[in-house]
Ligand binder design. Sequence first.
Ligand code: ADE
Length: 232
Amino acid sequence: MNRIGIIGAMEIEVEALKQHMENVTLKTKASMEFHQGLLNGKEVVVVKSGIGKVNAAVCTQILVDDFQVDGVINTGIAGSLKNEINIGDIVVSTDALQHDMDAREFGYPKGQIPQMNVFSFVANARLRELAVDTCKKVNPDISVFEGRIVSGDQFVASSEVKQELIQEFSGFCTEMEGAAIAQAAYLNQIPFVILRAISDKADNSAVTDYPTFEKKAAEHCVRLVEEMVKNI
Ligand code: ADE
């Protein structure tokens, strides 16, 4: 891969990456600032997309059209959907889907986008493997998991919603952008991977845990992305 797009939804997810870049040129489009330059010697474009699936999809398409990226990494934080995945741990996507896509009235299973021939968007195997190996090296104090990431325009902070996401989709974690980036990557036939550090448990404790742990969690992803790009 020659040029990698790196998307975070929020400033805390991308600010350290931007600080560590060299030879940066800045271009603004669709109210998003695209920072093109070198990260650890690798050509990258780092951008804060803003929150939610629409922002994430628009951002990914600009990366493809205007910057010709040939791969996308989505980095950030997420709510855990598994007891054994703790705050600070990292989930590397096997695949991603939109948990709020619902056309069951027409016979589609929840999460399935009507008239698309995939149920979930599968992450690139090489990027996945590289992420897991790199994570073990740079974040030895936490655990790294590989599993499905479920995205929706919803901050999940209730045990009932959490249980639905587990039962319906067997999700490992939930967030608000990954599957939209995955879908845009799929449509453009470029590889992607989603890397998410856990900031909360997506249950009734999420609203208090999230602000307490978001910064620490985001740091784990930054460390992972910086080392990972060296070897892409
Ligand atoms: N990002 C971090 N925690 C989240 C949660 N509980 N729901 C949705 N997105 C999140």
